[in-house]
Design a protein around this ligand. Sequence first.
Ligand code: LLP
Length: 431
Amino acid sequence: MICDNISVNENGHLIFAGRDTVELAQKYGTPLYLMDENKIREHIREYKTAMQKYMPAGSIPEFASKAFSCKQIYRIMAEEDIDIDVVSIGEIFTAKSAGFPMERSFFHGNNKTDADIAFAMENGVGYIVADSFEELDAINSIAKSKGLTQKLLIRLTPGIDPHTHKKISTGSVESKFGFAIQTGDGEKAVIKALSLDNISLCGFHCHIGSQIFESEPFITAAEIMLAFIKDINIKYSLKTEMLNLGGGFGVRYVESDPEISYSEKIKEVAEYINKQCKSLEIDVPVIHLEPGRSLVADAGMTLYTVGSVKEIEGYANYVSIDGGMTDNPRYTLYESPYTVLLASKANGKKDFKATIAGRCCESGDLIQENVLIAKPQRNDILAVLTTGAYNYSMASNYNRVPRPAVLFLNDNSEYIAVKRESLSDICSLDI
Ligand code: LLP
């Protein structure tokens, strides 16, 4: 199996995080998101331990909570003692409501409104990651009106392309995010930040993209960022305390995706940074990484009930399920590969070529095309693996489909962390 939290029991049922998924589907209904709490904690600890071992004191992961945001995940991050990345007032509100220590949060986004910035400050967000010249002015004047000095990072685009899907590549010069180093805007942003009284410039940030399996693009990003830091430190007598290299390490959606060791990758990046800082004769800054997907993706699985199997000879075999693009839009958006299994016949011969279709009135509402699974029947349970990242957080109510519940599983208990949306929830904002 693509992850060690998945197996099959003697009844041929798929087991996830030690639970019979067919029983879970019966007990909680489908569609159902499952989250393996132990797996999330295991990944966090791997990042944390490696960063503490190989990077300067204070180096820490921030969970990029756009990957999966609900109150419970912020409680877990607080318990595991790591920082978070938030990108909207919705994420700030959720984290704060969960009791997360907001001084440990970093507020991102390419267009924070004045209201967003004020909200962040009022709710004690630790750092704002500035993305435009307008934003620098706005942060300064709002901080001034509140009588505070706002800690700040400047987001830079190092101008590299990590060869991932275009829609999830963010570090190239033409990106909508950040200030390009190459065009001189990065330096201009520093000059501006240093001229503003209610801003405290603590360091620099970049995020090159997502679903990256090699350390090389991160090393290239670090090389460019450290050269920039050296230059800026000398020109403006600055001491850069923090370098945030963003998120992006990949996860295994299918068997052909490589299996990587995050601690090994962190070690490689850290060794390069230490060596490079030595040759540039600068202090090694505190390093932050912002993993989203790699902390939660393989901690997730989605269960569906099969409704129909429509064989159109010579064309396609549609297996229709009781969910689809509303709970997982990633195939529709990016043609993302997923491993699909028939949870109720997990030992069955995988010889039926299926296109898994959602039930929205939309031909593109597919979860996967032409995957080999055991031949299903109505009421079989179908599992889509590795759905812990960018599934629940990207879910929608298109066609007024209620969003599924999220069930967390750990050694001792299983608990609903997000309730299934009800029909009255669907109408709750309608007048
Ligand atoms: N930091 C920043 C500033 C980001 O923009 C992102 C992701 C991350 C960290 C976390 O990256 P990760 O470790 O999860 O790769 N919806 C797309 C992914 C968009 C990623 C956006 N930014 C998907 O479903 O693949």
